[in-house]
Design a binder for this molecule. Structure first.
Ligand SMILES: [Zn+2]
Length: 266
C-alpha cells in the first residue's frame, strides 16, 4: 500500500526509503501512484564497525516498477567536482535544473491564471502559483542561485528573491520567517531551506506564493518546460558506464525472470 510499509516489511531503513522517494519523485507520485504489484530493488551503502552494523548511507542504485513501467537510477559523482547525483542507466541526469515545487508533499491551492484578488476584489492575473501549507512548513530554493532580496514588501509580506542563470529568477512570498542567516548576495543550492510558510502581506491564510520569472516576465512554473542538467560527456561518461554497467548486472541477478526474457530475445 505505501512505500514505507513495504520498506518496513523488508527491514530497509527509513532514510533509504526517503532517498528512494527523492530519486524517483520526478516520475512517480508516491502519495497517489503506488499500485498493487509495484516492486523495487535497491542497493545502498551500510557502515559497520567491529562487525556491528552502524548505519545505512547513500542509495547507490534503485529500480522501481510502477504500474508496469520500470524506472532505474544510479548514483554517480564525477571525480573532482564533488557534486554527485542520480542518473538513468543511459547517463541522463534525473536532477532537474528547477524543482517543480518549493515545498514537499503539498497541494496547489491557486494556479497561474486570472482570478479575483481575495482581498481587493479586483480581477487580475495571478502571476504565480499558491501552495497550501501550514505555517512553519520549510520552503526550499527551487534551483541554485544568488539571493537577490530578503525582507518585507507590502503585498508580498516577507519575501525572498533568488537570481538564477539564463535570466531566470524566483520569488517566495508571505513567509512567516526567513532561514537563519539568509542575506542578499548569498549563494544558495537547490533544495536549501530559505524560509518558512506564513501569511504576511496580502494573504488570507498561510500559503507560499511562488513566482517563476524569465527576464522578469512571470511564467507558469507548472507548465513551463524545465531545462535539464547538462549530460555527462568524455571521461566522466566512460566512468559512469562502468558504474551503471555493474549496477545493471546486479539488478539483472535480482530479477531472474527478466534476465531470462532478455537472454531469450538476443
Ligand atoms: Zn499567490
Amino acid at each position: 500500500s505505501s512505500l514505507f510499509a513495504a520498506t518496513d516489511a523488508a527491514q530497509i531503513p527509513d532514510n533509504i526509503a526517503t532517498q528512494m522517494v527523492d530519486m524517483f519523485s520526478t516520475n512517480i507520485d508516491f502519495a497517489s501512484d503506488l499500485r498493487r504489484g509495484d516492486r523495487f530493488n535497491v542497493v545502498y551503502e551500510t557502515f559497520w564497525q567491529n562487525g556491528e552494523y552502524v548505519r545505512a548511507g547513500r542509495v547507490l542504485a534503485g529500480e522501481f516498477v510502477n504500474g508496469g513501467s520500470r524506472y532505474q537510477a544510479v548514483w554517480f559523482e564525477a571525480p573532482g567536482n564533488g557534486q554527485g547525483g542520480y542518473y538513468t542507466f543511459d547517463g541522463k541526469s534525473l536532477k532537474k535544473a528547477f524543482l517543480r515545487s518549493p515545498i514537499e508533499f503539498t497541494r496547489i491551492s491557486s494556479g497561474f491564471s486570472m482570478r479575483v484578488h481575495p482581498i481587493s476584489g479586483h480581477w487580475k492575473q495571478h502571476q504565480g502559483v499558491d501552495f497550501a501549507a501550514g505555517t512553519g512548513t520549510p520552503i526550499r530554493a527551487s534551483a541554485d542561485g544568488l539571493v537577490d532580496f530578503v525582507g518585507g514588501q507590502n503585498g508580498y509580506g516577507n519575501v525572498v528573491f533568488i537570481k538564477h542563470s539564463n535570466g531566470i529568477s524566483t520569488v517566495y512570498a508571505h513567509m512567516s520567517r526567513f532561514a537563519h542567516g539568509l542575506r542578499k548576495g548569498m549563494k544558495i543550492n537547490q533544495g536549501e531551506v530559505i524560509g518558512y510558510v506564513g501569511s504576511t502581506g496580502w494573504a488570507t491564510g498561510p500559503h507560499l506564493h511562488y513566482e517563476f520569472r524569465v527576464n522578469n516576465e512571470p511564467r507558469d512554473p507548472m507548465s513551463i518546460k524545465m531545462p535539464n542538467v547538462q549530460a555527462l560527456a568524455g571521461a566522466d561518461l566512460q566512468r559512469f558506464r562502468a558504474v551503471a554497467g555493474e549496477m545493471s548486472h546486479r539488478f539483472a541477478l535480482l530479477n531472474p525472470a527478466d534476465a531470462g526474457v532478455k537472454l531469450a530475445s538476443k
